[in-house]
Design a protein around this ligand. Structure first.
Ligand code: HEC
Ligand code: HEC
Length: 110
């Protein structure tokens, strides 16, 4: 009898544990913070971006979100910069347009 209770308790713990893990991994951060942002408006910087602009500057942002000869964006899983963020409105320039190098004036921290 005892054994069965222990087994049931164990099964319950495992079920809850799996639920908790699945619950977390099913929340894409991106959709959370930008769900209410209308199309065409600048998306918010997701949590985890706190202090990045201050520490890394626009070039730091570019290092993940920007284009190089191998990839656009350089970091797989980040979002590619819109073409209008680049000089000549083309990522082929590999340079940010000066009107777009103060990222945080448009992209607030979520
Ligand atoms: C270390 C790589 C890295 C750096 C540096 C970085 N980002 Fe990101 N950024 C990501 C990744 C990955 C995502 C998507 C995943 C997420 O939502 O966290 C993202 C998401 C975003 C989004 C949301 C895009 C969307 O369409 O939902 C914005 C806006 C953004 N970043 C802006 C910036 C700005 C501005 C900087 C510089 C201050 C910056 N990022 C620096 C990796 C980076
Ligand atoms: C003058 C305002 C402005 C500045 C400055 C600016 N952005 Fe944006 N950004 C926007 C707008 C508006 C959009 C949304 C464009 C759209 O949805 O068509 C956007 C979109 C983005 C996206 C998402 C692209 C996508 O497909 O979802 C990323 C990533 C991004 N910007 C990063 C940056 C980074 C990094 C910087 C600084 C180097 C920067 N932005 C500077 C206005 C700005």
């Amino acid at each position: 009898m005892r054994k069965r209770i222990v087994a049931a308790a164990l099964a319950l713990t495992m079920a809850l544990g799996v639920g908790a893990i699945a619950g977390c991994s099913e929340q894409p951060q991106k959709e959370d913070v930008n769900a209410e942002v209308p199309p065409g408006a600048p998306p918010l910087m997701p949590p985890g971006h706190e202090g990045r602009f201050e520490q890394l500057g626009a070039n730091g942002c570019y290092g993940c979100h920007g284009a190089n000869d191998q990839a656009n964006p350089m970091l797989t899983g980040s979002t590619a910069l819109p073409e209008d963020h680049y000089q000549g409105k083309s990522s082929d320039s590999r340079e940010l347009d000066p009107t777009h190098d103060q990222c945080i004036t448009c992209h607030s921290q979520a």
